[in-house]
Design a protein around this ligand. Sequence first.
Ligand code: ZN
Length: 58
Amino acid sequence: MDYKVQHVTIEDEFKVCPSCGYKDGFHSLLKKEQDRFKWFFICPSCHEVFDVGYTVEM
Ligand SMILES: [Zn+2]
């Protein structure tokens, strides 16, 4: 897969897309990284991918 990941810092909530202003939340994407997964969020409107700093242990 080829996509650009934007790093964002959550303040009170992460619901509105910083790129296009879509305001109803995000889809999820898990990407394997060594022995864990990065948890990315995808805007359903503009399809930008965001990293808010989450990692998931499996
Ligand atoms: Zn968007």
